[in-house]
Write a protein that binds this ligand. Structure first.
Ligand SMILES: Nc1ncnc2c1ncn2[C@@H]1O[C@H](COP(=O)(O)OP(=O)(O)OP(=O)(O)O)[C@@H](O)[C@H]1O
Length: 268
C-alpha cells in the first residue's frame, strides 16, 4: 500500500531522514517507534506531503506521489491523519467535527455552504458508533475529555473513508488506560475496514501490544524492522542509544502529571 525508496528529508544542512526504504502492506498496523527528534513525524509528513521530500520516491497504492494540486487532492482523500493534540474544532459539535472528514469528497459548493448530503450524515453516524460516541454527537467538542476528543479524531479520519491512516503520537497526551482504549479503537477499525495504519509511538509497551510490525527510527534512519517479539533489549539499545535499561523500560501505569487533567474529565 505504501512503498518508500531512498527517502531523504533535509532541513537546511540537517538530515532529518536519510535514505529510508519502507514497505507497508495493505491493512497492516505498523508502529514507528523512536526517541524524540528521531524523524517519526517527518516520515509521516513526507508520506502525505505535508513535508516535501528532498529525495526518493513514495508510491501510494501503486501510484507515485507527486506534489501538483490534483495529485495532492487525490493523496489527501486517500490518506487521513490523526494528531497528538487531536486538531478538533472546539466550538463545533462532535458530529460536525466528524463531518469535516467528508469535505474532501464533496462538491466544492456544498462544502462551502456546509450542506452535508444525507449519505454523509449516515457515514458520520456510523463512524461515531465505531468509537462509541454516538450519544455525544450533538455536544460541543470542547466539553469532551482528551480521550474522547481523540476518538472524535479517529471518527473524523474514518469518515474520510481513507485507504491509509497516519497517526502521529495519537496517545502522547493521554493516561495509560485511555491510551489503550484509543489504540484499541484504531486497531479495530483497521482490522474491520482493512485500513492501513502507520502509527508513531513513544511508548515501547504500546508498540509491542499494538504493532503487527514495528519500525525503529533513530537519527533519521531505520535501525530496526520486525515483529513485536523481535523488539529485544539489544534492539532497544539501537533505537534509543545512550539510554540505560531503566529508562527504556515501559513507564509504570501511573499517569504523568499533565494527563491528570484528562483523567478527571473521563467518563465514569
Ligand atoms: N520544519 C522544520 N524545520 C527544521 N527542522 C525540523 C523541522 N521539522 C522537524 N525538524 C527537525 O527534524 C528532526 C526530526 O523531527 P521530527 O519531528 O520528525 O521527530 P520525531 O521523531 O517525530 O520527534 P517527536 O517524537 O519529539 O515528535 C528534529 O531534529 C527536528 O528538530
Amino acid at each position: 500500500m505504501i512503498r518508500i525508496r531512498g527517502l531523504d528529508k533535509r532541513y537546511g544542512n540537517f538530515d532529518a531522514l536519510k535514505n529510508i526504504d519502507l514497505d507497508v502492506a495493505p491493512g497492516e498496523f505498523l508502529v514507528v517507534l523512536g526517541p524524540s527528534g528521531a524523524g517519526k513525524s517527518t516520515l509521516l509528513r513526507c508520506i502525505n506531503r505535508l513535508a516535501e521530500p528532498s529525495g526518493g520516491d513514495i508510491h501510494i497504492d501503486g501510484k507515485l506521489a507527486k506534489s501538483d494540486g490534483a495529485s495532492l487532492r487525490q493523496l489527501r482523500r486517500q490518506v487521513a491523519m490523526i494528531f497528538q493534540h487531536y486538531n478538533v474544532v472546539p466550538r463545533l459539535s462532535v458530529q460536525k467535527n466528524v463531518l469535516t472528514g467528508r469535505l474532501g469528497a464533496m462538491p466544492a459548493v456544498l462544502s462551502w455552504l456546509q450542506l452535508f448530503p444525507r449519505a454523509d450524515l449516515e457515514i458520520a453516524r456510523e463512524c461515531l458508533r465505531r468509537v462509541e460516541l454516538q450519544d455525544k454527537a450533538e455536544l460541543r467538542t470542547d466539553t469532551l475529555s482528551g480521550g474522547q476528543k481523540q476518538r472524535v479524531g479517529i471518527a473524523r479520519a474514518l469518515a474520510q473513508q481513507p485507504k491509509i491512516i497516519l497517526a502521529d503520537e495519537p496517545v502522547a497526551s493521554l493516561d495509560p488506560k485511555t491510551s489503550r482504549t484509543v489504540l484499541n479503537y484504531l486497531r479495530q477499525a483497521s482490522r474491520e475496514l482493512g485500513i492501513t495504519v502507520v502509527c508513531n509511538l513513544h511508548q515501547i509497551d504500546y508498540a509491542r501490544e499494538f504493532g503487527e510490525r514495528i519500525v525503529g527510527v533513530s537519527g533519521g534512519r531505520i535501525v530496526f524492522e520486525g515483529g513485536p517479539q523481535a523488539l529485544t533489549d539489544d534492539v532497544l539499545k539501537r533505537i534509543y542509544p545512550g539510554l540505560d535499561e531503566g529508562e527504556r523500560r515501559p513507564a509504570p501505569p501511573t499517569p504523568a502529571a499533565p494527563a491528570l487533567h484528562h483523567m478527571e474529565l473521563q467518563e465514569a
